[in-house]
Design a protein. Structure first.
Length: 83
C-alpha cells in the first residue's frame, strides 16, 4: 500500500514514535548522520543505529558499515519496486 505525505510515496509501514526523532538523529555518529541525511528512504535513526552498531561490533570499519547500510537500502528499494 503506497502512502502519500511528507514521506513521499513509499510502501514502508508507518509506526508510532516513542522517542524524539531529532534527538535520536543528533546522537548518531557523524558518518551515520551524513548517510541518513541523504538516504533514499525514510529510515529511522534507531534502525540505522542498530545496523551500524552490529556492523561495528563485528569489526567493520566505518566505510564497511556505510556499505552495509547501502546494501540494506538497495534491498529495501528493490522490495518497493516489487510491491
Amino acid at each position: 500500500m503506497a502512502r502519500n505525505g511528507n514521506l513521499g510515496r513509499t510502501a514502508q509501514r508507518l509506526r508510532r514514535r516513542t522517542r524524539d526523532p531529532m534527538a535520536a538523529f543528533d546522537a548518531l555518529p557523524a558518518p551515520l548522520r551524513r548517510w541518513l541525511a541523504y538516504a533514499a528512504l525514510p529510515w529511522s535513526p534507531a534502525s540505522c543505529r542498530r545496523l551500524w552498531q552490529n556492523a561495528r561490533a563485528a569489526g567493520a570499519s566505518t566505510q564497511q558499515a556505510l556499505e552495509l547500510l547501502d546494501r540494506a537500502q538497495a534491498r529495501a528499494l528493490q522490495r518497493e519496486t516489487i510491491e
